[in-house]
Design a protein around this ligand. Structure first.
Ligand SMILES: Nc1nc2c(ncn2[C@@H]2O[C@H](COP(=O)(O)OP(=O)(O)O)[C@@H](O)[C@H]2O)c(=O)[nH]1
Ligand SMILES: [Mg+2]
Length: 195
């Protein structure tokens, strides 16, 4: 799978607009500001393909990227405090609608900021993925913000807190230094065409 072959496909604001799933897709979920756009850009070797926002909590959309015949799906970030009730409802409809559709989920990457203990919404997200038995992995973001030793301690702490199913991959990543990005590319590729 060649991650250099990346292009933006389309953005959708409601569940009903989402295109039928006709090929494998890899979805990215996490709270607002966790570093999802930055990670996607790094994965795709592109600086500005996914918009990195200085103002979190922008309008929720599901964004599709084509990477070498695979869809990478950027899900709207959750947990931004300042959105209105109606915007929150729209977010929930969009996320739930997406996961309830009959889609070819190859892998869901759940992003969690390595510096913080998982929030209630992170627990909800991971709990949902585990219950639904979707293939998923955890990407701990912004690993460059901690020393190597602190990062590993925090990784163990987060893994314990989330009570992950046996064998769930947990990667330390940094969009700043590129740490863990190649591992994530390899993991994604292995879920598309299992060895
Ligand atoms: N130090 C550091 N900062 C990051 C990293 N990834 C993202 N950020 C910063 O975190 C903020 C939110 O990033 P963004 O990718 O827009 O997050 P999103 O809301 O989850 O899409 C921005 O200021 C980024 O520059 C990282 O790996 N290391
Ligand atoms: Mg983003």
């Amino acid at each position: 799978m060649n991650f250099h072959k990346a292009a933006f496909k389309a953005s959708y604001g409601t569940e009903a607009q989402l295109p039928e799933s006709n090929r494998a897709e890899v979805s990215f979920a996490g709270r607002s500001n966790v570093g999802k756009s930055s990670l996607l850009n790094k994965l795709m070797y592109r600086k500005g393909l996914a918009k990195v926002s200085s103002t979190p909590g922008k309008t929720a959309t599901v964004n599709f990227y084509d990477v070498d015949g695979v869809d990478l799906v950027d899900l709207p970030g959750y947990g931004y405090a300042k959105v209105s009730k109606s915007e929150l409802d729209r977010w929930a409809d969009l996320i739930e609608g997406y996961f309830n559709q009959d889609r070819q989920f190859a892998l869901v990457v759940s992003l969690i900021d390595i510096r913080h203990d998982p929030s209630q919404l992170d627990h909800d997200m991971v709990g949902f993925l585990a219950d639904a038995q979707l293939p998923f992995a955890i990407a701990l973001t912004k690993a460059d913000k901690l020393s190597k030793q602190k990062a590993n301690t925090q990784k163990q702490r987060i893994m314990r807190a989330l009570e992950l199913p046996q064998g769930t991959p947990v990667l330390l990543t940094s969009a700043e230094t590129g740490a863990g990005i190649e591992d994530l590319r390899r993991l994604i590729a292995s879920c598309i065409s299992p060895a």
